[in-house]
Write a protein that binds this ligand. Structure first.
Ligand SMILES: [Ca+2]
Ligand SMILES: [Ca+2]
Length: 473
């Protein structure tokens, strides 16, 4: 389902106004954290984070495991340790693994509980357990994390104030931030973007340190990441958890709305232009050209990936590309963009067809076409008409290697030399058809095997085409 920009903005507004709804969503996130999928053999050293939600498979019991420790572990399969410590049984399930940095003890004792035997061993580096410890740091595998802090965790290292670098102790930071008293308890913290620097301070009896940039950070509220956002061209920044995204104003696209198609649509430009993003566009009197042919030098009988990415030369003949068409029309409603088709035939006469609606869907819809609205022109309507009940609108794109047409045949099959298009039937609008009349066309003479526009001079051979669009900005 495509969520329109307007409805997305609406949802965001509702979320921002309704804190209760936000809380419900956060609780949903907490309960539905899928977890890092592990096998029975996954070792603690395989985990990247200090707090990791894992989903243990069933039947992880094994006699020889090299598991070391009891309650606090140093090595061995984590799911087996979770069984020994009775967080899961033989059926597996979700469990949270907490890392405690550094040597927390001189020696780990082994144990034999719940049918799982572990060894004793000397301490060598970090340890892990299934309950948060005072030294557990705040880099979590989930964006929203709930921990149950022990009491009196006031002595561990913490960096920052309000926003803490992810190497800070979560439970000491709770006291510094005033999120919990030093008696411990349940607290939720949020992952946020790493800061360029951290200022230390003393708060609630806990002293935090200053530090330089870190990769990640956390806080006890959902930090507004839109502060200092990189959204461009008047786009709206929407805050997420540890991220933000930009809602582009029409005419712009890209992660930060840094790319734009307004070059052609602003004013009456003609020519090739390089946009700020580095992408190139060809403008024609204020329209953005999506296809141009005039000498037959470029082969249009090519494949899906070619039509998706575009081919030819922007200073010669070309097909701009379906993906770019999709991205350019995506911020608009179908009735905000227009399509104009300009034709030149072998008699050197010109004609045109224009539609007041145009939009191209995503690749997942086979670049589904929306076209129609008001037709006007001199070439006739070969794309949308009620007379013969044909309508290219709603159809997917077809190429010689993809049949998404409305016909029982494969209109874009190479034997027909039709090129790629949104075919309703095989011989209505064929602007990408063979340059010269193709003699072995299976259905001549009723259906001409060359580029044509069926309603124009009975499908006369075309020797020039320019397809272009513009959207209301
Ligand atoms: Ca946020
Ligand atoms: Ca077909």
């Amino acid at each position: 389902m495509i969520v329109g920009m307007h409805s997305l903005t609406k949802v965001t507004k509702i979320l921002m106004k309704n804190k209760q709804l936000m809380l419900i969503i956060i609780l949903f996130l907490l309960q539905n954290s899928k977890g890092f999928e592990v096998t029975c053999d996954t070792q603690f050293s395989d985990l990247e984070h200090s707090i990791t939600y894992v989903l243990c498979p069933a039947d992880c019991w094994r006699q020889y495991s090299n598991l070391c420790g009891d309650r606090i572990y140093s090595r061995g399969p984590i799911c087996l340790a979770a069984m020994q410590d009775q967080w899961i049984d033989g059926g597996g399930g979700p469990v949270v693994v907490y890392r405690s940095p550094g040597k927390r003890t001189n020696r780990y004792s082994g144990g034999n509980r719940n049918a799982v035997k572990s060894e004793s061993c000397s301490a060598d580096g970090d340890s892990y357990s299934f309950e948060v410890t005072c030294s557990t740091q705040g880099d979590s595998s989930t964006l929203v994390t709930q921990v149950n802090c022990p009491a009196y965790c006031t002595g561990e290292a913490v960096y920052g104030s309000g926003i803490y670098s992810d190497k800070s102790s979560v439970c000491t930071a709770t006291v510094h931030a005033g999120a919990l008293p030093d008696k411990g308890g349940m607290v939720i913290f949020y992952t946020t973007l790493g800061q360029s620097s951290y200022n230390g301070s003393t708060s609630n009896g806990v002293e935090s340190k200053s530090d330089s940039a870190s990769k990640g950070a956390f806080a006890f509220t959902n930090i507004n990441e839109c502060v200092n956002n990189a959204c461009e061209h008047g786009s709206t920044c929407v805050d997420g958890i540890a991220k933000y995204f930009c809602l582009c104003t029409p005419g712009y696209y890209g992660k930060y709305c840094e790319k734009e198609f307004t070059h052609c649509w602003n004013g009456n430009l003609t020519g090739k232009f390089v946009m700020k993003s580095g992408d190139e566009v060809v403008c024609s009197k204020g329209w953005l050209v999506l296809q141009r042919r005039f000498d037959g030098s470029v082969d249009f009988q090519i494949y899906w990936s070619d039509y998706r990415n575009g081919f030819g030369s922007l200073i010669g003949e070309f097909w701009w590309g379906l993906e770019k068409l999709h991205i350019a029309t995506k911020p608009f409603q179908c009735n905000q963009c227009r399509l104009r088709v300009e034709l030149k035939d072998i008699d050197n006469e010109t004609s045109y067809a224009e539609y007041s609606q145009f939009r191209v869907g995503p690749e997942s819809s086979n670049y589904q076409l929306c076209v129609g609205g008001q037709y006007n022109g001199t070439a006739g309507d070969s794309m949308v008409t009620n007379v013969n009940n044909y309508n290219s609108s709603g159809l997917g794109f077809s190429t010689r290697d993809r049949d998404n047409d409305n016909a029982g045949k494969h209109c874009a099959d190479i034997s027909r030399r039709n090129g790629g298009w949104w075919f309703y039937s095989c011989s209505l609008a064929v602007p990408n058809g063979a340059w010269n009349t193709y003699p072995a066309c299976p259905t001549t003479p009723q259906f001409p095997c060359h580029a044509h526009w069926n309603t124009y001079k009975n499908g006369i051979r075309l020797i020039g085409t320019e397809l272009k669009f513009r959207c209301d900005i």
